[in-house]
Design a protein around this ligand. Sequence first.
Ligand code: SF4
Ligand code: SF4
Length: 152
Amino acid sequence: MLLNTCKKCILDDGGCCTSVHITIHKKEAKEFIKIKNNNQIPSGHSFQIDEDDPNLYTYKSGDDPCMFLDKNQLCEIYENRPTICRTFPLMWIENKQKLKYYVDTNCPLYDTNTPSELMKNITNLPYPNLMKKIGELDFDISDNDYIELNLI
Ligand code: SF4
Ligand code: SF4
């Protein structure tokens, strides 16, 4: 979704925009809220406020592509896509008030980019402080698919 070297696996199988499970801060959720308010959330998808933090939402697309992925496999809200869509395959958790970064090794970019190249995903974010406000993404760091960035 991001780097110039993105392999666009999205063109083959929907890439990381399929079976989406993402955390979105309210500051960047305008497009999602609009769809929700118009009762246009597709069947089988969910967009809900976080139980523990009213500033956060969770969007899940089930086995489907994201509701914003158009028929040409392009993001309809690309300019306003959420932070996680900008940083992927870089993910994060907050630990002792610091961010720890992980890479989803299922992304082909993992094979073709150095850690410092992957870290470029977090530069020039429209809301750089949102990663800390989001705090901890919903993924299992004990899963072998995720590798802590400084261990690579
Ligand atoms: S918002 Fe856009 S970039 Fe993010 S998962 Fe959906 S289609 Fe992909
Ligand atoms: S999984 Fe990686 S290579 Fe595939 S579309 Fe997403 S960012 Fe690009």
